[in-house]
Design a protein around this ligand. Structure first.
Ligand SMILES: *Cc1c(COP(=O)(O)O)cnc(C)c1O
Length: 718
């Protein structure tokens, strides 16, 4: 085993007394610790905002006199010492949940593979929900003391930046990550050469180097193919997420699955649990089989062994949405592997083959399902849908016996809670409430928070969102090159007093972002009611190749531009974790209108609920489990529709009725003399109390451990 060197690339010149700010900037623990963020803010607030809350960029740019100044301030130093103590205690604790409950398994390792990881907006190697979930999974695993490592890619060009033209058309622009400003630590060997792995692609080897990201106690390893050893084309292989080019896509997935296993071996990490988060990484199972076959085990026996500690999570309720490749492409990329596995071509193809209306393909979730013993969907309803969808793989079973369970998604509370809400929780729930984020007992204390205090925080958060929209619009205007109508559309007319609804997510057609436009006259009358006005903020990207998705954005944008909507509809460009955080904390109502049952889970509504924002959603995914009749509102019920038009009609009618008859009046009417809407506040406390614990990743990752990982760990020992 060679020695691995990890040296942070940026070196900061900091006063000795506060030198550890540099170390802190290279551990994403600061992302979910408001006190740690406060240190940077206290030094230079304008700069902290200017660098978009990126501590590495901050420390590189901060003026020395400002650093020298805080070194003489007791208030700062006390805070600094407290944060560092907390950090050290967190990193060194031997009494975590995992260690307390699974002491015998300390030496095990769980490898968590994902195509994307969303940890913070300053490390934009994620596209959306799947990535945020992966990031939140790592953070919770760290909090719980789990021996987990992540494996993925660093995409030099991330996803894409979104611009909306004056006519509402989504345009994309590229950007390059500045490696000096992101918390990537290069892994080197003892000669100072990058640690590298390679995989076989048709006619060549492709190399990747490995970077480490510290996520609290968890290490995340990210591969990157931009190396001299590779051809110019292969250097681009890991530059972007979700390419539509099938050759790029399959090459990426081979690098993730096969290369990822090799990364861990190289680092002398030999996991007893291999978790594939979605099918993109399923080739890891083949690589593990290949290792065993190479060491003399028969293919069939090797498969049985590998299955026993593979875990697979499916996220896709729509057959066409599953990651898949044409068989000819599999021939092209895997012909060299058949003999290595002692398989014929047909036996190999059979591992992932599925016949669908459009023909045969090699389907990654099929491969993952066949080669994992632990399998799960991400909500109860998604479990039901998945068991039906994959019943053909287990023809001897009835629908409900198909061996796919469910663990409902969650969110990492520390990451998504607003700072002011965090301090309320610290005062009224527990000073260390995040350590009990899944404890329903503790959350019952939400009722102790005085109405006026929680309402003051809600109002503050809406003002903060308003200022953000206004300032962004101002910058656009000053920058030039924008039509005034684009400035209006981005929220220059937004104000912090009206009932504000948020709708933000990927613009895929089933999400029906345009549902609320369906009765346009009714919408206009509703939002323009002078005594009870309503604002709606839309945000989200469509995949660059998704023309119907882009058309929906355009349809919304045209309504946003329409003078008749009075500037009360807003489109916030370039949805990312920062915009998401401001929205889920700042609006009053979180709207979600997917066509049931196409939303596997959804997580943005959970973030909203944690911050006292009321959900108003279709009973799909998580909300079907989270809604109790009084902690928000529903659209529709458990009805299954066969005609999507009929479904849209029914849902849109209920959407307007509930808004007009329940939501809007409840917000504006029956206020106390000091202006607090009592019924509303009762509801928002209800949503925090009930949804807070139930949809935390603390609950979720514990369930992964108790219901799945432990089985794989036990299997590894027998
Ligand atoms: C939470 C989040 C998502 C996922 O939200 P959904 O409810 O699944 O739509 C997507 N993108 C960003 C930036 C997020 O923060």
């Amino acid at each position: 085993m060679e020695e691995i060197r990890r040296k942070t690339p940026a070196s900061f010149s900091l006063p000795r007394r506060i030198q550890r700010l540099g170390e802190l900037s290279y551990n994403l623990w600061w992302v979910w610790n408001h006190d740690a963020q406060a240190l940077y803010r206290m030094i230079d607030k304008p700069l902290w905002d200017m660098v978009s809350h990126n501590p590495i960029a901050f420390l590189q740019q901060v003026q020395r006199p400002l650093l020298n100044k805080v070194v003489n301030e007791t208030a700062f130093l006390d805070k600094y010492d407290a944060v560092m103590d907390k950090f050290d205690h967190y990193m060194q604790s031997q009494e975590t949940w995992f260690e307390t409950n699974y002491d015998d398994y300390r030496k095990d390792t769980i490898a968590y593979f994902s195509f994307e990881f969303g940890l913070h907006e300053s490390l934009p190697v994620y596209a959306g929900g799947l990535g945020i979930l992966s990031g939140d999974h790592l953070k919770a695993a760290s909090d719980l003391g789990m021996p987990l490592v992540g494996v993925g890619f660093v995409y030099k060009q991330g996803y894409f930046k979104q611009k909306i033209t004056e006519d509402g058309w989504q345009e994309t622009s590229n950007f390059y990550l500045n490696f000096n400003e992101i918390p990537l630590i290069p892994l080197m060997d003892q000669d100072g050469k990058p640690i590298m792995v390679n995989v076989d692609l048709p006619g060549r080897k492709v190399y990747a180097r490995v970077w480490q990201v510290n996520v609290g106690r968890v290490n995340l390893y990210l591969m990157d193919s931009d190396l001299e050893e590779n051809s110019p084309n292969d250097r681009q292989l890991t530059s972007r997420l979700y390419s539509n080019d099938l050759d790029v896509r399959i090459s990426q997935e081979i690098l993730l699955g096969v290369g990822g296993v090799r990364v861990l071996r190289k680092l002398d990490i030999n996991p007893t649990v291999w978790h594939m988060n979605e099918g993109h990484s399923a080739f890891l199972a083949l690589e593990r089989v290949r290792e065993l076959v190479e060491s003399g085990v028969e293919f069939e026996a090797a498969t049985q062994l590998v299955k026993r500690n593979n875990v697979f999570t499916t996220h896709t309720p729509v057959p066409a949405g599953n990651d898949q490749f044409p068989i000819w492409l599999i021939d092209k990329y895997f012909a060299h592997m058949w003999p290595q596995l002692n398989l014929t071509r047909d036996e190999f193809v059979e591992l992932g083959r599925q016949t669908q209306t459009w023909g045969e393909s090699f389907v990654m979730p099929v491969l993952a399902l066949k080669l994992s013993e632990q399998r799960n969907a991400v909500s109860e309803l998604h479990g039901i849908v998945s068991r039906k969808m994959w019943n053909w793989l287990w023809p001897q079973y009835a629908d409900d016996e198909v061996p796919i369970g469910h663990i409902t998604n969650g969110i990492h509370t520390g990451t998504w809670v607003a700072r002011q809400m965090d301090s309320l929780f610290q005062r009224y729930l527990d000073p260390n409430w995040q350590d009990y984020a899944d404890d329903t007992e503790m959350w019952s204390r939400v009722d102790l928070i005085p109405d006026h205090e929680i309402w003051a925080v809600r109002r503050h958060l809406k003002r903060k969102l308003t200022v953000f929209c206004n300032e962004r619009a101002r910058k656009m205007w000053q920058q030039g090159g924008f039509h005034p109508v684009q400035v209006v559309a981005s929220g220059v007319l937004m104000e912090p007093y009206s009932l504000t609804i948020g709708f933000a997510r990927r613009f895929a057609t089933y999400k029906r972002a345009n549902l609320i436009l369906r009765d346009y006259e009714r919408l206009i009358n509703m939002i323009n009611n002078a005594r009870m006005p309503v604002q709606i903020i839309f945000s989200g990207k469509a995949h660059p190749a998704d023309e119907p998705g882009k058309l929906i954005i355009q349809q919304i944008y045209r309504a946003v531009k329409d003078a008749k909507t009075g500037g009360r509809l807003i489109f916030l460009e370039d949805y990312d974790m920062n915009v998401a955080r401001l929205l889920v904390q700042g609006v009053d109502v979180w709207l979600n209108t997917p066509r049931r049952p196409n939303e596997a889970s959804g997580t943005s509504g959970m973030k909203a609920a944690l911050n006292g924002v009321l959900n108003f959603s279709v009973l799909d995914g998580w909300w079907r489990e989270g809604y109790n009749g009084k902690n928000g509102w529903s659209i529709g019920d458990d009805t299954e529709y066969h005609d999507p038009n009929q479904q849209d009609e029914a849902d849109v009618r209920e959407l307007y009725d509930t808004l007009e008859n329940d939501i809007i009046p409840m917000y504006y009417q029956s206020r106390t003399p000091d202006g607090i809407p009592g019924e509303w506040v009762k509801r928002l406390k209800d949503t925090i109390r009930t949804n807070g614990p139930q949809f935390s990743t603390r609950r979720m990752v514990k369930e992964y451990m108790d219901e799945m990982y432990i089985n794989a760990m036990k299997n590894a020992r027998s």
